[in-house]
Design a protein around this ligand. Structure first.
Ligand SMILES: [Zn+2]
Ligand SMILES: [Zn+2]
Length: 392
């Protein structure tokens, strides 16, 4: 595409970006744009979503703080278009489509291809051999900024993987790509076992519980609806978010945590909603609240499945009795990390179903970058499903 893009920040000019400086301290400060090197890409940011993980990083438990390298630029759920390409930057996306200035894209760093996870175990999302971008002298390159900024400078060592996002996908839908890709993998994980006809693993006709009315929970409900779940029960809060998810995903039953604050009461209610009252075939834990896992163990039927997709940062654990895992004979799946094929599937799902689901409604509010703190706080308080932040 021979388009041109008005680059909002030129080399040497200042731009604002959001940084987690130290535990609990977030700044919106100015940084200087650096020149592109050979394999680099510059993306003009349209929108960046505030993630539940951003909240957990900012309000980190001591366990989580130990895993964070401060300072850390925030904004990993961006969507934008290519504004500049280094001479050695990719000219094709990972599926072979030509890419150029003006294309809406998602970019990730390639896994190393050589470590035991990449080469032997075929789980590149668990790669342990990725290297940071280096300069010619072999020093690590630090380029300021992430997605909460007007531009994103992606430093590449011939290791940037680009996925083209079709033009008909709006920025407001494209900003959901990361939670959607997690939702797709969560549903795929529950398909393991692979014998839904024998009551093992997820399949059409299944009864599912989704815990959490945030972006991942909402999008799991969409994916489950589309892949043939029979009954979908959503457990979450507050009512405003539940109403939107019910509308967008076509959820059958809703349990409002604000109305039913006692978790054992919620278990009783949910079980009563399942066929024969035995519990759900699959429970997706997308609340990221420690008690929710304990709840999931009681909401699932015997030989059912639980997918844990809510805890992406360490939380203070809630004790549970491991006897319940034995006695339910439940299969428990964890999920962390996204391989390239999952991202490609995420983009295709968004593109195919842009008209099936009103994804844009899940991006409940848009905030200018100067009001980042309000957006973060509204994510923390559950006011929004997905707040979108745009450069102002
Ligand atoms: Zn995220
Ligand atoms: Zn690797």
């Amino acid at each position: 595409m021979a388009a041109t893009v008005d680059v909002p920040v030129k080399v040497g000019e200042k731009f604002r970006a959001v940084r987690l400086d130290s535990p609990g301290v977030v700044s919106v400060d100015e940084y200087e744009r650096q020149p592109l090197q050979d394999g680099d890409l510059l993306v003009k940011i349209d929108l960046c979503g505030v993630c539940g993980s951003d909240v957990h990083w900012v309000h980190a438990t001591p366990e989580a703080q130990a895993r964070i390298n401060y300072p850390m630029f925030l904004g990993h759920e961006w969507t934008g278009t290519i504004a500049e390409l280094g001479p050695g930057a990719p000219r094709q996306d990972v599926t072979g489509q030509p890419i150029g200035i003006g294309d809406r894209v998602w970019v990730k760093r390639r896994s190393c291809g050589e470590c035991i996870y990449c080469a032997v175990l075929r789980h590149p999302e668990a790669c342990i051999g990725r290297k940071p971008a280096m300069d010619a002298a072999g020093n690590r390159r630090t380029v300021p900024g992430a997605g909460f900024a007007p531009v994103l400078h992606l430093a590449g060592n011939q290791d940037l993987e680009v996925i083209k996002v079709p033009d008909h996908v709006s920025a407001r839908a494209a900003v959901l790509l990361e939670p959607l890709t997690n939702a797709l993998v969560a549903v795929e994980r529950s398909m393991q076992g692979g014998a839904p006809w024998a009551g093992i693993g997820y399949g059409p006709g299944a009864t599912v519980v989704v815990q959490g009315a945030g972006p991942i929970g909402s999008l799991i409900a969409c994916v489950a609806r589309l892949t043939g779940a029979d009954k979908i029960i959503l457990v979450g809060a507050p009512k405003g978010r539940l109403d939107i998810v019910q509308d967008v995903a076509g959820v059958d039953e809703v349990v409002d945590i604000d109305q039913v604050p006692d978790w054992e009461e919620r278990v009783k209610l949910v079980r009563a909603m399942t066929p024969s009252g035995i519990g759900a075939d699959v429970v997706y834990e997308a609340a990221g609240v420690p008690v929710a896992f304990k709840e999931a163990l009681r909401m699932v039927r015997r030989f059912g499945s639980i997918v844990e997709v809510g805890h992406f940062t360490p939380r203070r654990p809630e004790p549970f009795d491991a006897f319940e895992i034995c006695s339910t004979a439940a299969t428990i799946h964890g999920h962390y990390g996204l391989a390239t094929q999952a991202w490609v599937a995420g983009v295709r799902f968004l593109a195919r179903h842009a008209g099936t689901f009103e994804f844009e409604k899940l991006v409940t509010n848009l905030y200018p970058l100067s009001e980042f703190h309000t957006a973060l706080d509204n994510m923390r308080r559950g006011v929004d499903i997905k707040p979108g932040v745009y450069p102002d």
